[in-house]
Design a protein around this ligand. Structure first.
Ligand code: SAH
Ligand code: SF4
Length: 346
């Protein structure tokens, strides 16, 4: 049997895989991986030699490697990871205000959804990431950035891919990240961003994982949304709103609506007005994102004035709204952009 990626195991499944070794050994392994950031089995010195041998024979802890790293002037760092089968995917380490850290994770290599503004969509869909490949992003970044194990970080599934198209592995990743004996990242600190696959939002809700939900809305009428995001033909704006209303959300939290601001396309005050009407009955917050241009992209980034006027309008109407800082713009931190650069240079 092939060796298995040790990062893809929940605590229970790891202890079940240790056969006759006592259960508490799994906790010790978790501790080495996620508290000491040590993934060399040989260095896990409080494990008996026969267990270390067993681990080396049955598990692999370096299935993924960091292939490239780019530092941005604002402190964010973009990582390119390489899988055992030579595919690349990326994650971004974002330094937010007041010493808060957010890790933006990929869930797939490529994406099936095919949004017209997104670079990840350009290369088509390659494959799902498995849970171990997803968890590794957190392990590697926390280790590389020397983030103390007890320092809380936020996780957003906003890198490459559509997380709800890979729900089984994403669910497992959420479980592993939230293990108290491991990374201990509470589910409330994990946000799934989706292009709006309505039946899968329902499914995610039924799983009741306690994660936060973000919807990539980007347009307030179906005609434009279908142009930007062809998936809107299958699940239109109203379908999405209906699922959001039914979604179990922590009473202290709000559903985030991401709204990409594209110059001259969806950034008018008329759009802002429709957005207010659309989100009228929802505990929502809006996150405005500057479109990040890339080579060959059809769209342009709007002016700061336009984005701020849009925000002002929403605030005036009582809708919470933030503008996503253009973090990492100088390292092209929008999804898919580092990978694309690497492929172009190959
Ligand atoms: N597939 C999921 C999650 C990954 S995309 C989704 O679509 O929600 C994460 C976010 O990056 C989405 O809101 C997406 O619209 C945004 N994005 C994609 N291309 C972008 C670009 N060129 N500039 C700015 N944001 C972009
Ligand atoms: Fe896929 Fe999200 Fe990019 Fe759309 S924006 S193609 S859903 S990764």
């Amino acid at each position: 049997m092939d060796k298995q990626n040790v990062f893809g195991f929940t605590l229970n499944s790891l202890s079940d895989s240790l056969k006759d070794f006592p259960k508490f050994r799994a906790k010790q392994i978790y501790h080495w991986l996620y508290v000491h950031y040590e993934n060399d089995f040989e260095k896990m010195e409080n494990l008996p030699k026969n267990l270390r041998e067993f681990l080396k024979e049955n598990f692999i802890s370096n299935a993924v490697e960091i292939a490239k790293k780019e530092q941005s002037s604002d402190g964010s760092v973009k990582y390119l990871f390489k899988t055992a089968d030579n595919l690349t995917y990326e994650a971004v380490f974002l330094k937010m205000k007041e010493d808060k850290f957010t890790l933006c994770l990929s869930s797939q290599v490529g994406c099936k959804v095919g949004c017209s503004f997104c670079l990840t969509a350009k290369g088509g869909f390659v494959r799902n990431l498995n849970a171990g490949e997803m968890v590794y992003q957190v392990f590697a970044i926390k280790k590389d950035q020397n983030i103390p194990s007890n320092k809380a970080v936020n996780i957003v599934y906003m890198g490459m891919g559509e997380p709800l198209d890979n729900l089984e592995n994403v669910t497992k990743c959420i479980q592993i990240l939230s293990e108290l004996d491991g990374l201990s990242i509470s589910r409330r600190r994990q946000t799934i961003s989706t292009s709006g696959i309505a039946p899968k939002i329902k499914k995610l809700g039924a799983l009741d994982l306690g994660v936060q939900l973000a919807i990539s809305l980007h347009a307030v009428d179906d005609e434009l949304r279908t142009k930007l995001m062809p998936i809107n033909k299958a699940y239109n704006i109203q379908n999405i709103i209906d699922e959001v209303v039914a979604f179990p959300i922590d009473s202290r939290k709000r559903v985030m609506f991401e709204y990409l601001m594209i110059d001259g396309i969806n950034d008018s005050l008329e759009c802002a007005k429709k957005l207010v009407a659309l989100l009228n009955k929802i505990k929502a917050k809006v996150n405005l994102i500057y479109f990040n241009p890339h080579e060959g992209s059809l769209y342009k980034r709007p002016s700061k004035e336009k984005v701020e006027a849009f925000r002002e309008y929403l605030l005036k109407k009582g809708l919470l709204c933030t503008i996503r800082e253009s973090k990492g713009l100088d390292i092209s931190a929008a999804c898919g952009q580092l990978r694309e650069k690497e492929i172009a240079n190959a």
